[in-house]
Every structure is written in structure tokens, then in C-alpha cells.
Write a protein that binds this ligand. Structure first.
Ligand code: FES
Length: 107
């Protein structure tokens, strides 16, 4: 298990434990984190799992893939360099302590 901290737009932080191999979206849903809906179940077809990866964790999580770029063009929330679809970030031991911010528009 690894720790993931979700930072709400109002500054509230919630840290939960996630299973290795689960996505950041699945971990949020399993722990009742509001702000990540994950409507399509991780099929990269909804963008309701948009998050901003903390700058310190950007290298560890890697770049967006082409499918993410396409979906994030349609999101209501501001697109940033750190924007990712949280369903596309799989937890590994190297991501223990990961911090992601949730767009205000998803609350
Ligand atoms: Fe739908 Fe991530 S859950 S795009």
C-alpha cells in the first residue's frame, strides 16, 4: 500500500492508502474522495478524473499520453502543465506519498 494525498480546491487535504497497481482515480473512489468522479471507469472517455499532479511528483508520474491530451482538451477545468487523468496514473512503490490537487470545477 502507498499513501496518496488529495488536495481539495479549498485547501483541505485527505491522505489515504492505495493499493499498488490501482489507479489514482480508483483509489479516490474507493475512499470516497469527492472531486474525482471517474464516470467512465477509467476508459479515458470522460475526463471527470482530472487532477493536477504536485510539481514535485511530476517526474515520478511521467508525462500525459496522447489520449489524455485529447480528453483534457474537453475538460471544464483549467488545463495546466501538471494536468493528468487520474485513471491513467497507476500506483507503484515509487509513488508513495504522491500528492494531487483536485480542480474546483469537479466539486
Ligand atoms: Fe474517465 Fe478517467 S475515469 S477519463
Amino acid at each position: 500500500m502507498v499513501k496518496v494525498t488529495y488536495i481539495h480546491a479549498d485547501g483541505r487535504e485527505v491522505t489515504v492508502e492505495g493499493r499498488i497497481g490501482a489507479s489514482v482515480m480508483e483509489t479516490a473512489r474507493a475512499n470516497g474522495i469527492d472531486g474525482i468522479v471517474g464516470e467512465c471507469g477509467g476508459a479515458m472517455a470522460c475526463a471527470t478524473c482530472h487532477c493536477y499532479v504536485d510539481a514535485d511528483w511530476q517526474a515520478a508520474t511521467g508525462p500525459r499520453n496522447d489520449g489524455e491530451d485529447l480528453m483534457l482538451d474537453c475538460t471544464a477545468a483549467e488545463l495546466r502543465d501538471t494536468s493528468r487523468l487520474s485513471c491513467q496514473i497507476r500506483l507503484t512503490p515509487a509513488l508513495d506519498g504522491l500528492r494531487v490537487e483536485l480542480p474546483a470545477e469537479q466539486h
